[in-house]
Design a binder for this molecule. Structure first.
Ligand code: ADP
Ligand code: ZN
Length: 610
């Protein structure tokens, strides 16, 4: 039987026992019959009037017996009234004496301690309930519950981490230190004891921390910041203490605290007077960080995707004073990460992961892992034994846009609208020489988007030239332009495109100095103003007149690109119709097909940079 059940039963038995005793008090000695309690003077009166038949003295102060009417009575004698015996004798009432019946020892323990045991038991049960399953109940609530991984279980090494070479290079020294802290000490090297890894979710922060432990072959303790924050004040602090204690006993080792922002957010920033528990936990963490000198061989690694909200006290020297930024992987990194995870699945010879990598800008390592996993699941559903490029592309689209919603009913008109819109983007793009090659055009709704045109950037561009940007604006206007030409009306689907186009134009004028009429001037600083978390715009550092001119120029530029897109589409209207025909039938077409229709032999997606 579970301990919890025993506790509950024990509590119930005790409760029943006390209830019975409460209602039945004083009756323990006369057996089961209920007796009437008499006031002492009344009792004396009854004796005097001959009503009382007998009297049994129990101990010093209780008299029991029966009256003439056969009613059991009892009465309490005021503190040692020895005259009562003489009095009874006087009226010739038979007296019997019994010593006070004492309770068996276990009952008296129960009576004396019962209430405490009962309360304690109930409390235990409640605690266990609150803690959920498992755990050692009451006695372990302040324990750290850190997950420990022994070196023998740690199979992660640097080879499993790709795309963050810089961070890995930086950490070689840390590994050397953990491998032999004593040697390091002799050489007088200094190793930061606290390291803060910041980066978007899924970029591999946990993985990298594990890899350090794996490379150095030391134990790895991990805990999430949110595990420290319990509802009881003081619990978090004691868990922190316990975690560091475990670390000290197992040094050299790594202590990994995920989501440190859960405890380490700035103090006093919370609404409603702050949070004592969190503050105590944070303070304890600071105390522990200060409490070891780092030469013991403990390295504390904390991870967060919000380094900006951390309490500055955490980042002071001697605490988490080393910051490692883990960026999203670039195209090369993505390819390597894909290769690492693709090793685990069966695929045909020669699948070129660089194509997938090029189509996944903004994907994190975890997203890429998910992509491979989705491809494998999709392949299995189709009874494939080996995956090919198409499987990975399908998985990419799935991860990118959420699950396909083929079942979502789109009216024929909506579908045609979307087809012209997307074909418009794609055709304009294909007609402009300097733009990202088109990967795929689809009108299958995914996520919130009705359709989409995916491009294959040849590299992750961080700086673009004017021609590329201008083309991007024209392409953005292309969707709307096509709708306008064919239906003479536009749908709301175009609003996002206009936003994108306007943003690009504004940046070209105001920030990048790419506009002929304005020249290389930056208008407005980058200090955006926020009110209640909302961006109310930049500090304007230019006159009303300039603002009006910028507005005018922007409108002019939009108009120009709109007309340009329309002209390109009108000149190739037969191709536009053809693309839409195929789209209506097959829902998805490849970028290369559009180039074929245009009679361009050379595919724009062929070789990178070629
Ligand atoms: P984070 O801690 O930054 O949120 P994780 O380390 O938990 O991210 O990443 C989740 C998973 O995604 C990892 O277990 C790993 O399989 C995969 N992953 C993430 N980044 C990488 C990377 N750079 N190289 C290889 N795999 C990665
Ligand atoms: Zn669009």
């Amino acid at each position: 039987m579970k301990r919890e059940n025993i506790l509950i039963i024990l509590s119930l038995v005790l409760l029943a026992f006390f209830l019975v005793r409460m209602f039945d008090s004083g009756n323990m000695t006369t057996g089961s019959q209920r007796s009437q309690e008499l006031i002492y003077s009344d009792f004396k009166g009854l004796v005097a009037s001959g009503e009382v038949v007998n009297a049994q003295l129990v101990g010093d102060s209780l008299i029991e017996g029966f009256t003439q009417d056969g009613i059991a009575y009892r009465t309490y004698v005021p503190a040692e009234d020895p005259s009562v015996i003489d009095y009874l004798r006087l009226y010739q009432i038979p007296i019997n004496y019994v010593p006070e019946k004492s309770l068996p020892w276990y009952l008296s323990i129960l009576i004396n301690w019962g209430p405490f045991i009962l309360i304690f038991g109930i409390w235990m049960v409640l605690m266990r309930r609150m803690q959920g399953t498992g755990g050692g109940g009451l006695f372990s609530i302040g324990r750290s519950r850190a997950k420990k991984m022994e070196p023998s279980e740690m199979k992660v090494t640097f080879a499993d981490v790709a795309g963050i070479e810089e961070a890995k290079d930086d950490l070689g020294e840390t590994v050397a230190f953990l491998k032999d802290p004593a040697k390091f000490r002799k050489l007088g090297g200094r190793i930061p004891k606290g390291m803060l890894m910041s980066g978007s979710p899924g970029t591999g922060k946990t993985l990298l921390a594990k890899a350090i432990a794996g490379e150095a072959e030391v134990p790895f303790f991990s805990m999430s910041g949110s595990d420290f924050v319990e509802m009881f004040v003081g619990v978090g602090a004691s868990r922190v203490r316990d975690m560091f204690e475990q670390g000290r006993q197992n040094a050299p080792c790594i202590i990994f605290i995920d989501e440190i922002d859960a405890v380490g957010g700035s103090r006093g920033s919370g609404m409603g007077g702050g949070n004592d528990e969190r503050e105590q936990t944070l303070n304890q963490l600071l105390v522990e960080m200060d409490g070891f000198d780092g030469m013991e061989g403990i390295i504390v690694i904390a991870a967060t995707n919000r380094p900006d909200v951390l309490d500055p006290a955490l980042l002071r020297p001697g605490r988490f004073d080393r910051q490692v930024n883990i960026p999203l992987p670039d195209v090369k990194g993505r390819e390597e990460i894909l290769k690492i995870h693709a090793k685990k699945v069966q695929m045909v010879e020669g699948v070129d992961m660089s194509i997938i990598a090029r189509g996944t800008p903004g994907f994190s390592g975890a997203d890429l892992k998910n992509l491979i996993n989705e491809a494998a699941l999709g392949g299995a559903r189709n009874n494939k034994t080996e995956l090919n490029l198409a499987d990975f592309e399908w998985a990419r689209d799935k991860v990118l846009m959420g699950t396909e919603r083929r079942s979502m009913v789109m009216s024929e008109k909506e579908k045609r609208n979307t087809a012209y819109h997307e074909a418009g983007h794609a055709l304009v793009s294909a007609l402009l020489p300097k733009s990202d090659p088109i990967h795929k055009v689809t009108i299958v709704p995914r996520g919130r988007a009705l359709g989409s045109t995916a491009y294959l950037p040849e590299k992750d561009n961080h700086s673009y030239d004017i021609e590329f940007l201008n083309n991007r604006i024209t392409i953005a206007m292309g969707g709307r332009a096509a709708e306008k030409i064919i239906f003479d009306e536009v749908t709301t689907g175009a609003s996002n495109d206009i936003q994108q186009a306007t943003d690009t134009i504004r940046n070209m004028i105001c920030r990048w100095g790419m506009n002929k009429s304005f020249g290389p001037v930056v208008f407005g600083s980058d200090n955006r103003q926020f009110v209640l978390g909302r961006d109310i715009g930049k500090d304007r550092e230019y006159s009303e007149k300039t603002a009006t001119e910028i507005d005018k120029e922007m409108r002019k530029t939009i108009k120009f690109h709109d007309n340009k897109a329309k002209k390109l589409l009108k000149d190739n209207i037969d191709v536009l119709h053809k693309i839409v025909d195929v789209l209506m039938k097959e829902e998805t077409i490849e970028g290369t097909y559009i180039l074929e229709l245009l009679g361009q032999k050379k595919s724009k997606i062929e070789p990178v940079g070629g």
